[in-house]
Write a protein that binds this ligand. Structure first.
Ligand code: SAM
Ligand code: GPP
Ligand code: MG
Length: 301
């Protein structure tokens, strides 16, 4: 272990009973800031939604609101139904990402780059039966994801580690599929796509769901700047995604504008008691066309 590594009492992360436990030092001061941000995150809008069925997401939702499931605003259980509905829309988003991975076999490995608390990883394993490797900068998130995997008895297949996704601990060509679900706005896209391209097998599939600024608008709008400041991230343009993929042997197979599909989620969330204050920036930027919610699936050729 080098002097730049530091130990942690998080025993379920980056170690095992017979191996030393250590968390690598952040590659940059910025990554240290992001690790701290997610180590301290405990917003009810994420935890209470995850409590619905044990799938904890840090991404947003898509699809129409089921008004019959929501029912009347007047009764006591309305807030509970609203939380369940927001969670259903977030899980639908992850299902759509998994739909675009293509055929995945039980002996394949998938990589969740920027895995958060691991909700998408569990869903991927439940769908494909394969190994799913998650990377996050946050020891708390990795510990949380590994604890959930243990509770579900899938710890041999679903593992979260503290690691920079720009230097993934995988061999060249090891992964059949990889993704970024709302985690690509924390890194340089050329570096990110080069690393996905390296770890993917030829013929493998990369999928991202992301918010990006729209080159047709001109430059990032004030709402996009507000979202960047809120999350300490750096939202890229749609053009940058396509260019970084083209530069790194990732050929788009599908580009889907999910903006109309995510607006109902935001409009519903804005009415809930779990608002965080960022709802207006998402709703206004999606409506004025300066910001888009997109899925891009690409073949590694
Ligand atoms: C908004 S959360 C998304 C979590 C997850 N993909 C989901 O859908 O629930 C962003 C995640 O990106 C991770 N992240 C940001 N930069 C990273 C990096 N350089 N390497 C690994 N993870 C990173 C954060 O630690 C966090 O887990
Ligand atoms: C689409 C964009 C620009 C996403 C930025 C990354 C991000 C913070 C996603 C949601 O995380 P979260 O689920 O922790 O956020 P919230 O607390 O708002 O639900
Ligand atoms: Mg959330």
């Amino acid at each position: 272990m080098s002097s730049t590594d530091f130990t942690t009492d998080v025993t379920s992360v980056n170690g095992s009973a017979d191996q030393p436990v250590f968390i690598p030092a952040p590659a940059t001061p910025y990554q240290g800031d992001i690790a701290r941000y997610w180590d301290h995150e405990a917003r009810p809008v994420n935890l209470r939604l995850g409590d619905v069925d044990g799938l904890y997401h840090h991404h947003y939702g898509i699809g129409d609101v089921d008004r019959s499931a929501l029912g009347d605003t007047g009764d006591d259980a309305y807030e509970k139904r609203l939380i369940a509905e927001l969670h259903r829309l977030e899980s639908a988003q992850a299902e759509m990402l998994l739909d675009h991975l293509g055929a995945i076999a039980r002996d394949d490995t998938l990589v969740d780059a920027g895995c958060g608390r691991g909700g998408s990883m569990v869903m991927a394993h439940q769908r494909f039966g394969c190994k799913v490797e998650g990377l996050t900068l946050s020891a708390k998130q990795a510990e949380f994801g590994n604890q959930r995997a243990l509770e579900l008895g899938i710890e041999d297949s679903v593992r979260s580690r503290v690691c920079n996704m720009l230097a993934m601990p995988f061999e060249t060509g090891q992964a059949a599929g990889s993704w970024n679900n709302e985690s690509s706005m924390y890194v340089d896209l050329e570096d990110l796509m080069a690393e996905h391209s390296r770890v993917l097998s030829v013929g493998g599939r990369y999928v991202t769901i992301t918010g990006c600024w729209n080159p047709r608008y001109g430059q990032p709008s004030k709402w996009v700047s507000q979202i960047n400041a809120h999350f300490e991230c750096n939202i890229h343009s749609r053009r940058e995604y396509l260019r970084a993929m083209a530069d790194n042997r990732l050929v788009p197979q599908a580009v889907v504008d999910l903006t109309p599909a995510t607006l109902p989620y935001w409009e519903l969330r804005a009415t809930s008691s779990l608002v965080t204050g960022i709802e207006e920036a998402f709703i206004n930027s999606y409506r004025d066309g300066s910001f888009q919610y997109v899925l891009i699936a690409a073949d590694r050729v």
